[in-house]
Design a protein around this ligand. Structure first.
Ligand code: SF4
Length: 149
């Protein structure tokens, strides 16, 4: 829902704090999650993520979340799905050249980043997306990367 997506970007700083609190919680309970097994947790995690992030960010479940580097504006909502933007086609009013009713997700990303500590991460070039991750939980992926021995 675009209205809620824009609202989330307006509160990017608060959203980032929620994200970071969730990360800390997941890292704390990681020993328990390992005992249960990441494989078993994949489906329920993906379902919760799809619901919550779908609601607040119009998440497309790319599996490699970069929200904290893009002002809490999901780049997968770009009709061109640019992981690094904006393209050269942003309209003068900040809307998308392909969908004039939509604000450019990268204009939104810059707006959100201005509200976030570390918002300058938006300048970092994102790696190409690994499409094999589509539909999988980005939270679990991130947790696995962070807690890898
Ligand atoms: S970057 Fe990927 S995981 Fe994050 S909100 Fe967008 S589609 Fe979802």
């Amino acid at each position: 829902m675009r209205v809620l997506r824009y609202w989330s970007v307006s509160r990017a700083g608060a959203m980032q704090r929620v994200y970071q609190a969730l990360e800390r919680l997941l890292i704390q309970i990681d020993p328990l999650l390992r005992k249960i097994g990441y494989q078993r947790l994949e489906a329920p995690f993906a379902a919760v993520e799809r619901l919550l992030k779908g609601w607040f960010f119009d998440c497309r479940m790319c599996g490699h979340c970069v929200l904290q580097s893009t002002g809490m504006s999901c780049p997968m909502n770009c009709p061109k799905q640019l992981r690094n933007g904006p393209c050269g086609g942003v309209r003068a009013d900040g809307s998308c050249e392909l969908d004039p009713a939509m604000r450019c997700v990268w204009v939104e990303a810059v707006r959100g980043a201005a509200h976030m500590p570390g918002g300058e991460r938006i300048q970092v070039i994102q790696a190409p997306l690994d499409h094999s991750l589509a539909g999988r939980s980005a939270w679990l992926r991130e947790l696995r990367l962070r807690t890898a021995a």
